[in-house]
Write a protein that binds this ligand. Structure first.
Ligand code: NAG
Ligand code: NAG
Ligand code: NAG
Ligand code: NAG
Length: 355
């Protein structure tokens, strides 16, 4: 009887790769040694919308780990996840296009896990990460917190920081007529979620009022900041609430007092990774003190010891809601269609070809 029970346990363990995944206990230098020995190019699918959003990690990772070959594909998450699924089908499941995916399309990760496509792995910093941001069995990891809804503005145009909007209705004031530049909600699901929060609070009438301000809509979440930072007197654009200021010069940002959104940018290693040790090195580096200090705008983090403002303590933001939103594709499509009927289809090139 006991033997049978033990046998059942052993076969269960063989069937599921997820039981008792240990936390990485090697130092980052030991993983580096293993990655050097592996001697394979690491392919990373890196969600982002301007080239600058990939150059930082390339620079830091390659400098820290000489001899490691990194092939980082930067594109919008919604194109990378499609590319991954396409490659998976094309190769009958033998390849995934990338070894590691770091994306904002959070709904992909539980699906890929259920399809047996992810390598269970727990980075060495695992116990410092809020458990709500990780798959408890190690299939995927919330790496750092990104957020939209802060006001981004050109301080050469607005010299009084107290006059900068901190609620969405503030943007309807006359001084912002033709000044506002926003990312299309129907081109980026994180921006889409921000707009659903705004419309749920203020109604569709807010979108009508925004249209009267003659807003400029653009593709890419960095684009409003890049355009708004242009100081030339012929440039009318100077302020946004739907943009990341991380990759633009000459803009400042002010935190919202209104509803806003944030989410854990999430990463995973594919079970079919061609360079699994190098993939582990990369994941550990993303959670390493050095990269955590660079990323995350020094406000929120998935690692408790880097979460300066308390990501779960904000009264106007819940960092788990975006994942729930993304998981209901019917709801996402429905909102996207409604916003598209108001602002029109996204116009312009893929922002990673423009900037
Ligand atoms: C590290 O973890 C492995 C299993 O992944 C285990 O075999 C080994 O004993 C651990 N080493 C230490 C020093 O804890
Ligand atoms: C690593 O692989 C390349 C070919 O992919 C080979 O030319 C090189 O000698 C290898 N280096 C080591 C240290 O094995
Ligand atoms: C605009 O001018 C400010 C102040 O003179 C400067 O800091 C900023 O870098 C300029 N922006 C750009 C995009 O050159
Ligand atoms: C998904 O969203 C739709 C539309 O808002 C809703 O009717 C449905 O109940 C949601 N499904 C789940 C599983 O929450």
């Amino acid at each position: 009887m006991l033997a049978l029970f033990i046998f059942a346990l052993i076969s269960l363990a063989a069937a599921s790769p997820f039981l008792d995944v240990p936390v990485e206990n090697r130092s980052i230098n030991e993983i580096y040694e293993a990655a050097l020995k592996e001697n394979k190019t690491l392919r990373v699918a890196w969600g982002g919308d301007v080239q600058a959003s990939g150059s930082g990690i390339r620079h830091y990772f390659e400098n820290r780990f000489p001899g490691i070959k990194l092939d980082l594909s930067l594109d919008l998450s919604k194109y990378l996840d499609a590319e991954i699924d396409r490659q998976y089908k094309k190769t009958n499941g033998l390849d995934e296009f990338a070894d590691v995916a770091v994306l904002q399309s959070l709904h992909d990760f539980p699906r890929w896990k259920a399809e047996g496509r992810l390598l269970p792995y727990k980075v060495s910093q695992w116990n410092d990460i809020y458990s709500k941001f990780v798959d408890e069995e190690g299939a995927y990891t919330g790496l750092y917190i990104f957020s939209f809804g802060s006001t981004v503005y050109n301080p050469t145009y607005y010299r009084d920081p107290d006059a900068i909007p901190t609620t969405y209705p503030d943007f309807l004031k006359p001084q912002f007529f033709r000044r506002i530049v926003l990312t299309y909600p129907n081109d980026d699901d994180a921006i889409l979620f921000l707009f659903t929060l705004i419309v749920q609070k203020y109604g569709w009438g807010f979108m009508d009022s925004l249209a009267k301000q003659q807003v400029t809509w653009v593709r890419g979440t960095a684009t409003p900041s890049i355009l708004g930072g242009d100081n030339s007197t012929t440039n009318p654009l100077s302020i946004s609430f739907a943009s990341s200021s991380a990759f633009a010069s000459g803009v400042s940002s002010k935190m919202s007092q209104d509803v806003y959104m944030a989410w854990p940018q999430t990463g995973a290693i594919f079970a079919r990774a061609q360079a699994p040790e190098t993939a582990k090195l990369f994941m550990n580096y993303l959670m390493d003190d050095q990269w955590q200090d660079v990323v995350g705008e020094r406000i929120f983090a998935t690692r408790k010891s880097f979460d300066r403002f308390g990501v779960f303590k904000q009264k106007n933001m819940d960092p788990l809601k975006y994942f729930q939103f993304m998981s209901n594709r019917t709801d996402v499509e429905s909102w996207r269609g409604q916003f598209e009927s108001v602002v029109g289809p996204p116009q312009g090139p893929n922002p990673n070809q423009e900037f």
